[in-house]
Ligand binder design. Sequence first.
Ligand code: ADP
Ligand code: MG
Length: 594
Amino acid sequence: MGSTLRNKRFWLFLIVVLALPVLPAPLRAPEYWVTLLNYIGLYSIVAIGLVLLTGIGGMTSFGQAAFVGLGAYSTALLSTTYGLSPWLGLLAGLVVTTVAAMLIGAITMRLSGHFLPLGTIAWGLSLFFLFGNLNVLGKYDGINGIPSLDVFGWQLDSGRRIYYVIWVVVIGAAISVQNLLDSRPGRAIRALRGGTTMAEAMGVNTAWMKVVIFTYAAILASISGFLYAHLQRAVNPTPFGLNYGILFLFMAVVGGVEHVWGAVLGAAILTVLQDWLQSLLPKLLGSSGNYEVIVFGVLMVLLLQFARDGVWPFLARWFPMRRHADTPREVEALPRRSMPVASEALLVVDKLSKTFGGLVAVNEVSFTVKAGEIVGLIGPNGAGKSTTFNLVSGVLRASSGSITFAGERIDRCASREIARRGIGRTFQHVRLLPRMSVLENVAIGAHLRGRGGVWRSIVRLNGADETRLMAEAARQLDRVGLSRYLHNEAGSLALGQQRILEIARALCVDPTLLLLDEPAAGLRYQEKQALADLLRKLKTEGTSILLVEHDMDFVMNLTDHLVVMEFGTKIAEGQPADIQTNQAVLDAYLGGVE
Ligand code: ADP
Ligand code: MG
């Protein structure tokens, strides 16, 4: 995705840069068009933030207009009542917005399902009423007499002049978000979409990532508000209410909520449409009112029915897209952690239990994985194997018992803390990002081994870090035999290959212990052989492996030690050869049938 996007972006960048800004002034575009383009620009900036928050992060917000208001009122108040420079107003707006967004974000981003959108409506309305009721903000009349912006002595006192600043900000905002998405934190953000379990297992602090994108989207909205205030030279609460919050979301969705440039397209479509409908509908219906809202509603329903991805993908087809995905360069490998001494106890599970309501899924299970061993966890369906895995990897919290890894208790640790200590895992039901490339999916595993943060990524100062992470991901893919597919979409791989991809991702964690949940499921015979070879090779390199598996042949020839579970209880353990003839195990597997 990275390089193709960059390519597409380059063309668009060129077109937008060359075409739009030169339009109004030299061509003497009518005032009407300049105004419309200014508004499209202002709305685009907000909608671009929503692409990041809603389209990529999966968190719906109806409240962005309130942040536009924070930016607008901050500069309005400081530049009129206090007579300060608008640039101080911008700074104040950014500080107020950042603080407010981090506070609001820390609370609302915890909400799940439809509580989150409802939460955004709640604080959107609160801020709106705050603007309308504060004396110092002029109540519902707002603030008038805001000065125009002054850029190096150039007075932006007309729509025609501020136009350039607005569109430079639009392009900057779009590129910053695109840069962010093509980076280490960006991959973590994209991983938020399907729930947080996988990202956390790779060491991502998902709660923090959510607050980060929420705050970034709010900052973009606030900058839009700042520009709006100095374009209008007056503010009142109306454009910062819920109606506009909904409109911004419409724009992002119409354009294509997963595409940064779709936000600009959506803003353009809805702004022009709104303008057109506002003059047309009252004439048709013979009375005045906000009828366009009804049309927007219908449009929204149609779009969700027939074009979930918005309008952008239809347009994007017409842009030249060369697929010259760059193969990661060979660079110095990332530092690795030291391997534990062979045959020392690495993972000690002691009297571990987990109950779900009345069901005892895991019942006082104990076993040990020694360093350099491959241990198999087997048992019929529903025996509690996956639950045991989720307890060890911190996805679930144990009801009782203890888990010790490398000499330290981990049964109270969050899953990202467990990843940090060197446990990498795969999932029984694969968890990857189907539209993202194989390489980028695997690079998520190396999250904790990179340093590139949000700000460095936005301004592209993360080059060296990115190169190392991508090289590591490519190296692990090569190791598992998927190097042919680096730039394919992960979702296009066969299910068996997707499981192997997850192993490569887990290897990027640089694990001393690898937890594999049914890695051979869906593989053909040859592929199973290759997987077994790989696991043996990992073992000789010192990696310990705990695997859940159904295929008895696969387990028998591979493992050093087997733990057998049935109905949550350990019924046997020992060497594969002994387990094969163990009566209790045979009974469990054959259900007592001879
Ligand atoms: P296995 O992986 O050995 O097939 P699991 O560990 O997935 O078995 O499940 C063990 C038992 O716990 C099953 O009866 C399953 O229905 C139950 N179980 C697993 N996860 C949950 C959950 N989140 N909530 C309630 N019951 C669960
Ligand atoms: Mg299972």
